[in-house]
Design a binder for this molecule. Structure first.
Ligand code: CA
Length: 404
């Protein structure tokens, strides 16, 4: 069943409860009593995985069913936040200036981490700024409670259970007490919002007090752990994440796309230049991104961009981290303007674009109302077939074209 259909059934069930209840068994509707059953079953799994009874029972002492910690259902009518609005708040003037001041106040630590992990300090600062506003908003939700409710919830429960086991392992090791294990409602913890299994793999005791303490006010361990993770993902020091570019008028826009990396020579031969008019520097595998189509800023992204993408799957997040790191480093804003007058799309609009492309035989990936690299490629293929500029940008006029 598609998610869209599921929502329709839920909506029907609320209109005609007597008619529809039998057809709807929705995981999110499981009652509080059911939580106790889930916990008892999970306890057996956790003990089998090596968690001590003392750890488990202390960890779950005050953990109860809590619908507030559950992620709300995505609303199909909700407008998708345009990337420029996201970037406005992610890379705000305040955040840039706080980043510069943190660069000074943590100077010694950052130099040490640069040497030890070969990761640029600006990228650490940018991730720290994006994740928790440099430690100011680390979250006050008890991680075990957040993950237990997510695991019981049903949606992504396998992921949540694995993270919950990781969180229990952290408590089992004694790295932090239950009362100190606080973070986001999604189960992410500390200055750079590590999930428990990420902590177990990459946690570093930078200040050598015996524990990798990412929850502490002191950011040393959290930033070292983040540097360690980025190093493992393949970060290359002194290499940029990407650069804004300009394209010549005759440029073939179907070459744009995260899945279409080329060499600098290839792009330079086709007239791709930096805003200053320089050639694209040689960074091996280089893809072009046009997150708001031909009428917005366009970027050449390098291998380090893919490292940020692995750190957090979102393209908007990765662009924000990259741009924030540049701004903390003293660079200016993007040269091209965003198409701020475009009518925002709803999730339902994006879902319909995917459905119509799929019906026409284009592979959009999962039909989930989210425009990812696969859907962008499908839009470009459709645009090529229509003989229009193939920038892969999902707009209402594209939707109109598809409806015809
Ligand atoms: Ca420590």
């Amino acid at each position: 069943m598609t998610r869209g259909l599921l929502y329709i059934l839920i909506a029907l069930a609320s209109c005609f409860p007597a008619l529809a209840t039998a057809q709807v068994s929705v995981p999110v509707a499981r009652a509080a009593s059911d939580f106790e059953i889930w916990r008892n079953e999970f306890r057996i799994k956790a003990l089998a995985a090596g968690i001590s009874t003392t750890t488990f029972d202390a960890a779950f002492h005050k953990v109860t069913y809590d619908p507030r910690t559950r992620t709300t259902d995505e609303n199909q009518a909700e407008f998708v936040r345009p990337i420029w609005e996201y970037l406005d708040s992610a890379v705000s003037a305040t955040r840039i200036s706080t980043g510069k001041s943190k660069a000074r106040s943590t100077y010694g630590l950052l130099r040490t981490l640069e040497r030890k992990y070969r990761v640029d300090s600006e990228i650490l600062l940018a991730i720290w700024g994006m994740e928790t506003n440099f430690g100011a908003f680390r979250g006050g939700t008890y991680t075990i409670k957040a993950l237990a409710n997510a695991a019981h919830n049903g949606r992504r429960s396998e992921f949540a259970e694995a993270e919950l086991l990781g969180a229990l392992e952290i408590l089992n090791r004694g790295d932090v007490t239950p009362s100190g294990m606080l973070g986001s409602t999604g189960g992410a913890m500390g200055h750079t919002q590590f999930m428990p299994t990420t902590y177990l793999r990459f946690g570093v005791d930078q200040n050598r007090d015996g524990q990798a303490n990412i929850w502490s006010d002191n950011p040393a361990d959290a930033l070292a752990s983040t540097a360690n993770h980025l190093h493992d993902l393949g970060w290359e020091k002194d290499q940029p994440w990407g650069v804004e570019v300009t394209l010549p008028p005759e440029f073939n826009y179907s070459l744009i796309g995260e899945y279409e990396p080329q060499t600098a020579t290839f792009w330079n031969a086709r007239g791709v230049r930096t805003p200053a008019g320089d050639k694209i520097p040689n960074h091996r595998s280089i893809a072009l991104l046009a997150p708001a189509g031909a009428n917005g800023p366009i970027f050449a992204v390098f291998p380090n961009f893919q490292v940020i993408r692995q750190y957090n799957m979102s393209v908007s997040y990765s662009l924000a981290v990259g741009h924030l790191s540049d701004r903390i480093n003293g660079d200016g804003p993007f040269h091209a303007n965003w198409p701020r007058k475009d009518t925002p799309m709803t999730r339902a609009n994006q879902h319909e674009i995917q459905t119509l492309l799929h019906e026409r035989g284009f592979d959009v990936g999962a039909i989930d109302g989210m425009i990812g690299p696969k859907t962008i490629e499908a839009i470009q293929a459709f645009q090529v077939s229509e003989g229009v500029l193939a920038d892969g940008y999902a707009t209402l006029s594209l939707l109109d074209q598809l409806r015809r």
